[in-house]
Every structure is written in structure tokens, then in C-alpha cells.
Design a protein around this ligand. Sequence first.
Ligand code: GLU
Length: 423
Amino acid sequence: MTNKELADIMYPNVTKTIDDYEKMYPERNLDPKAVVTRFAPSPTGFVHMGSLLTAFIASKVPKDTNGVFYLRIEDTDQKRSVENGIEGIIKDLKAFDIEITEGAISETEEIGSYGPYIQSKRIEIYHTFAKWLVENDYAYPCFCQPEELEAIREHQEKRKERIGYYGRHAHCRYLSNEERAERIKNGETYVLRLKSTGDFEKKVSINDLVRGRIDYPENDIDHILIKSDGIPVYHFAHVVDDHLMRTTHILRGEEWLPSTPLHIELFNKFGFTVPKYCHLGVVVKIDEDGSRRKLSKRKDPEAKVSFYAEKGIPSEAVKLYLMTIANSNFEGWYDQNPDKTLDDFTFDFKKMSASGSLFDIEKMYNISKNYISRLKATEVYKGLCKWSQEYDPDFYKLITKYQELTTNVLNIEREQKKPRKDF
Ligand code: GLU
């Protein structure tokens, strides 16, 4: 039985080809230097500080280069999805002026011609690409059940071999197409696995925009690409989506760095250009005992971006702080150009720290104080109204009753060379 025949049995409903999709989603008509990025969260309902930093930079670079920034929702992992999880994310982004001009804009709507931008609506696309892999002998169905996988693992552990489904350990790699077809017809469940041609003894180089060149062993694991329910895993969906959506730069957390050899293998198998990668370090904080740890959603209130609105920190100040931790030359630039805005500053990947950003709330408060001290009293008054209306209604009533008095108070020792900062 040919691979093509097997592929037809596995994906009987696929009617399009990869070429059809290439035509539907052509190269974007942009300047050669324009950068296309995306923010690709799971619909968890809110944005964590680390993700805000990613989204902020991902939206800034296209602004600097006349490129495109879009929002893609990665909802293939049910465990990470919550109801109305998209709207919460959009609201958090909007609070920091990250407007979505392409991609998902609500639970049901989207803008742009490279969609659908919600992965659960792209299953047909993934299956078309999966079918192509099977036809070309780059992927196969695997029927191994948890017990068999466990047995392989035990065998590897006993012999002190590298753990994983690869090479001769990848039992289903060696089934005949006839047997595969037979088992599928008998209703056995299966996943789709990559038939890796990588060699663990050889190196693959990742030219990361922040970290420089990193050499990793090539991937040789026959990773799962599509789960038994037909839903793709991140690795496969990322390659298909970022290719079809014509992403030029992938900004994502450093936890994805070790899987990049697999992603590169997939891009190469399809014959697609590998986008530029930029793996951002985690946002860490220093604990009271002096140890560094990842900013945690559970332990640190400042990890949730809504915390800043509640505290009354202007979103502009948060962004100034984010740029301070993102680009080492920003602080100096801003000191020299206090009247300029973030839009006047050009972000530079080379000025990012690979070791992660240290999050220092005191420093953010300072930036916020400086920022507020430079505003006009009327602007502070406006901000104060907006904040108190939501978070301190009694105060709101008071300051709106005594608008002039409040503005005058806010004007004490303002608009001078060294304005007061202790409001
Ligand atoms: N959905 C992935 C995450 O939330 C996105 C990683 C990426 O940007 O490619 O970590």
C-alpha cells in the first residue's frame, strides 16, 4: 500500500492541498524589512506580566518597521482554556494600548485575511498538512498505548539509554502500511507521529535574536504531532500557523528553546523558511531572602497586569518600565529625551538581556512617580477621576464635586524644574 493510500484512509475528509493554502495565504505585501509578529496565548482569561512583556515587544517591533502584529489564540489545550478567556486577554492588552488590528478580537469575531486566528477553527488546515507528511513518509500513525510507552521507557532506563520514542524504540515506525490501514479500519485509536530523520549526534544551530547562536543536538524523537482526538499539539500547530500567517519573527518564552530543533525539522520537512526566533528570558523577582525566582501568578499580586490599574499606575508608566527592562539603552535614552514617547524609541533585540528580566516593583513605582510628576495637573486630575471612579467611588464623588480645588492641589509644585513626586 502506498503512503498516499494510507494518507487517504487517515484523512478522508481533507479536500484541499498545501498548495491551496499557500495560494489562500500569500506572502504579505510589505517592505522587505517589515517584521511580522504575533502574540499567541492560550485563552486563560488574563495576561501575566511575563506575557505582557512579550506582547509589548511583539507589538512594538512591527510598529518600528511598518510590519504587522496579530493575535492568535492557542486553544488546543483544553486545560488552559477558560470561558470568555479571549476577551479577558484583549481587555488586558488594551489597557496597555496594545490594540488588535489583526487576529481574534472577541470570542467570535476576528479581523484579517490570514485567519482563522483561533486554532480550534483550523483543524482542517492542520489535517491537510498532516496528510502531506504521511504521503511523503514524514509521519505515521502510532497505536502505542500508555503501557507500551511505559515499557519502552523502563527498557531505556534499565539500559541507561536516552528516554524517548525514537529510532528502534519507535515501534510503530516499522509497521507496514497494510497493518496500519488494518488497525485503523478496526477502530484502534492512534496519534500521528513525526518520522524524524534527525541525528542526535549532529548539531543544529539556532540563531536566536537575543541569545545569539545556540547549538543543539538535532531532534530525532518521533514526537506526537496530532493527538488521538485529531487536535494538533503546539509544536505542529506553531509551524503550520506561523508559516501560513507569514510570521517573520517568533517572540516567545525561553521554555520553548529546547523544542526549537523539532520546530526547525518540521519547517525543513515542509520546505518552509524558518522564521527568526527570539526567546525571551523569564521575568524574575528577588525574594525577601535574596533568592531569584520566577514571578508567580499565585504568589505575586504584581504578576497580574490588572494589579497596576488597581494601584493607579498609569499604563504609560508600566510600558516605560517594561521598555526599561527590555532594552538596556532605553533608560539612558529616556533621561536624555524626557519629552519623547515610547513611539520615538526604536527597540533593538541586541540590547535585550538573555538571562531574563529582573522585575523590581520599587523601580516601577519610581518610574511612575517621575512620569506623573511631568504631567499637567489637568491630566493627573483626569487620570485620578478614571481610577477613583472604579476603585474609590467616595473619593471620586469628592474630587468631582471640588474639581477646581483638586486640580489646584495637584498643581502644587508642579510644572517646574523639579516637580513634586509625592502625590
Ligand atoms: N501558546 C504558547 C504559550 O502560551 C505560545 C508560544 C508562542 O508564542 O509560540 O506559551
